[in-house]
Design a binder for this molecule. Structure first.
Ligand code: AMP
Ligand code: MG
Length: 330
């Protein structure tokens, strides 16, 4: 069995093919990089429309499969940027129609959880999902993935990108901030914004820019922002573990590639007698393989959509999607 997955929720267009047991048979991705500033949804969507057909061809060639061997076509239905989602959904519908295969809708956040879950083998783990547009602590319960805590304003990745661009850098900011912060030790005072299980970043953005205007070194700002915000994420993740009586954490999303964040979460989880796991980078960032794998799970559980009912859902929340492939009260 092989399932094709199409990802196009934000800056990355990607086609992935997985076989049994989440074996990644192929993954072809192409990230839109704006010439300056942040992502413009329509320009990113134009990029996706242009590259997706070629990415699908590349994925089929890499997997050494013909289209007849693809059992289902999965696509990221939401959440994400409307024009970008529409580009991927259009390609997926066209493939499902021409190949006469079921079309399987997938929630992008659930896909980050499922790929981390299968790769880690940690069935009861909590997910810290830290990406451009999303920041959530997620756990499975009663038939759905529940959001236990989340950002009250912008996603952590968008925060890092905005900050770095305002400091004169370019998109994506997260990896550049990580590089700049390495070896630094000067912790500048910044707001630490945890509200119960939730976090917020816009006040920290303002304060970090004010530090820079007062003459703080850009690398010190980078270090201070990493330590402050990653501590916040580690704190809410730990509180969720404590409440649930669990000990294991999996990470997902582009910001989860960050070594400092991975290290802090690992130290916290190990301190509680558990462990943590982050997928390899290409499966941690937005990618078609996680959509394909989640599509395979959903397909086996009988999930499919008619073309007419396959509209994109730009605001589809993690906890609005049924997860019939897991026992509801495991
Ligand atoms: P995603 O939306 O999951 O594809 O993730 C994209 C986001 O991840 C962007 O905001 C990047 O700045 C951020 N990102 C990627 N690599 C890193 C890293 N090593 N450290 C922090 N943020 C990162
Ligand atoms: Mg993502």
């Amino acid at each position: 069995m092989a399932v094709l997955g199409i990802e196009s929720t934000a800056h990355t267009a990607s086609a992935g093919i997985v076989g049994e047991d989440a074996e990644v048979l192929a993954l072809a991705s192409d990230m839109y990089r704006p010439p300056s500033g942040g992502i413009h949804p329509r320009e990113a969507a134009n990029h996706h429309v242009e590259v997706l057909p070629g990415l699908v061809e590349r994925a089929l060639a890499e997997a050494k499969l013909s289209e007849r061997e693809i059992e289902a076509v999965a696509f990221a239905q939401g959440p994400g940027l409307g024009p970008c989602l529409r580009a991927g959904a259009t390609v997926a519908r066209m493939l499902a129609l021409t190949w006469d295969r079921p079309l399987v809708p997938v929630n992008h956040c659930v896909a980050h959880v499922e790929i981390a879950r299968v790769l880690s083998g940690l069935d009861d783990a909590l997910l810290l999902y830290a990406s451009g547009g999303n920041t959530q602590v997620i756990a499975f319960g009663a038939g759905r993935y529940r959001v236990l805590g989340e950002t009250l304003d912008i996603g952590i990745g968008n925060f890092l990108d905005k900050l770095w661009i305002a400091l004169g850098g370019s998109f994506p900011g997260g990896p550049a901030i990580e590089a700049a912060a390495k070896g630094r030790t000067e912790l500048l005072p910044l707001p630490y914004t945890v509200h119960g299980m939730d976090v917020a970043f816009s006040g920290i953005l303002t304060a970090a820019l004010a530090q820079s205007e007062r003459g703080a070194d850009r690398a010190d700002v980078a270090y201070s922002v990493e330590v402050t915000t990653y501590s916040m994420l580690t704190e809410i993740t730990e509180r969720a573990l404590a409440h649930l009586g669990r000990a294991n954490v999996v990470l997902g999303g582009g910001v989860a590639c960050n070594e400092r964040l991975q290290g802090m979460v690992r130290a916290m989880a190990e301190g509680r007698g558990g462990t943590s796991f982050a997928p390899p980078k290409r499966l941690c960032v937005d990618n078609g393989a996680m959509i394909a794998w989640t599509g395979a799970l959903a397909h086996r559980a009988g999930v499919r959509t008619a073309i007419e009912a396959s509209a994109i859902r730009p605001r589809q929340r993690t906890d609005l999607v049924d997860v019939p492939w897991r026992p509801a009260f495991a």
